[in-house]
Design a protein around this ligand. Sequence first.
Ligand code: BG6
Length: 611
Amino acid sequence: MCGIVGYVGHRPALDVVLGGLRRMEYRGYDSAGVAVLDGAGALTVERKAGRLANLEAELDKVGRENFGGTAGMGHTRWATHGAPVDRNSHPHRDSTQRVAVVHNGIIENFATLRAELEAAGVEMASDTDSETAAHLIARAYDEGDTKGDFTASVAAVCRRLEGAFTLVVTHADHPDTIVAARRSSPLVVGVGEGEHFVASDVAAFIEHTREAVELGQDQLVVISREGYEVTDFHGDAAQAKPFTVDWDLSAAEKGGHEYFMLKEIEEQPEALANTLRGHFESGRIILDEQRISDQDLRDVDKVFVVACGSAYHSGLVAKYAIEHWTRLPVEVELASEFRYRDPVLDRDTLVVAVSQSGETADTLEAVRHAREQKARVLAVCNTNGAQIPRESDAVLYTHAGPEIGVASTKAFLAQIAANYLVGLALAQARGTKYPDEVAREFAELEAMPAAVHKVLSTVEQTRDLGRRIADSRAVLFLGRHVGFPVALEGALKLKELAYMHAEGFAAGELKHGPIALIEEGLPVVVVMPSPKGRAVLHSKLVSNISEIQARGARTIVIAEEGDETVRPFADELHRGPRRPDAAAAARLHRAAAGARRGDRPRPRVRRRQAA
Ligand code: BG6
């Protein structure tokens, strides 16, 4: 996730901004940039791909004395739209170079806005969605109702933007003011003596002030040396939440958490929402990059998902849905095994390579092997411009933000959502789902962030469980259907993080051997399916639990809210949100964008003729 800092005060802005960017390096980034207003109408910008050190070296080369001013802003970018190269780095400027913008988030309607700007003769200097904001603000300032009013121009453009954004904007005509705005992306104000800050998080300014104000949804703030003013996007006064930061610097970098992984676990709803955002437009699933034709997608007759670790488990979870939606056979394979056997691949095989980093050696080699066999490769990746997406025919990015904790958490959930989107894209291309069915499935996916948020509110109960089973010799995880790969992932997390012996099993396999491991007091975590959605599997799993409970195991059951059947068999019950019921699904369906059934005929899947 990008890091943003803005400053108006009495100190040299370049030093404050670079210091802030250094404090936010932990967020991960692939380029950095700064803009400084010198007070005499000059707006100076420098940006560079790579580490902050590259930017600093460039500043030394061009001369830091050219950046003398006490108002400015900086940005560390985690690429979403466009590769991590100099021209895509922030700040972005309008054509007259008087407006500069830094942005965190994804502007969903950027393609429409960009087309509108290009039709008006604006030449784009980057591949980013962010640049459109700079041009739109400059135009709003130069003409129409908001002419000459910097704040109103930013507000007017915010009203037009769809998606998630934190924007920080400077205008050369207003050297003592910075305007910042947010929707579904963080923004805090730092309140100092004769100086004010805006930033993506308090780590950026904590060495200067501990007094902060957290902006609410769709709010805008104007900062100057003297003060700050918060409004909504219509210019009406709005309430923001003041607070005093009592974390030390190292905790501030982790959003107040003890570990990056805890921070990333908390970021899961946002990671999911960002992954879905921008991938469904005008009733269609959209990939980020597609270098193969729609016909090639229609011709796919077999899917392999190749990945390692949690990414592999995300493929196992999605396999059920992809097969169900597309009627294509889906094999999920460990990348480290795939390339050492002789998988049956040809040009109608789609290999979906899932990787958070996009650089995992086994997955990359699997991609290369698949391409040598002429198979098509679609990458699901969290890192823009990494090797795996570069070598693939199509790409769908999970916009989970950088994952610093090595064992995957938020990226795993984002991968599941992205794999589902791949399944829907295939179903759409092959015509095995009507447009309204695709819209309904997407609407169900959109309900996931709120459901995950709810689960996170029970984290204390889970923490307490962790403490109580920490000394166990081993922990088993059981599940059926999608609960089986979830059980595998649970066991993997326990091995990798707690260094405990843990195994995941398909519950139906219990009687074929693993039941021998059940002993008095052994914690067994059971992932229950929905009693309504999967009634048969549910009752089978209930009998599995009663069996292991009879052998003295300590049953820890994760079941849907309202599932009371399991209670007698659960030594400990943990709740997950209810699967959307038919009524909720129908509501989601109605709310979903997209065409209605019958808008167009179901396309026929073209069969390749034998040569
Ligand atoms: C492992 C991590 O080393 O790599 C896992 O511990 C991760 O959590 C796996 O899932 C694969 O990484 P990537 O970057 O290819 O998704």
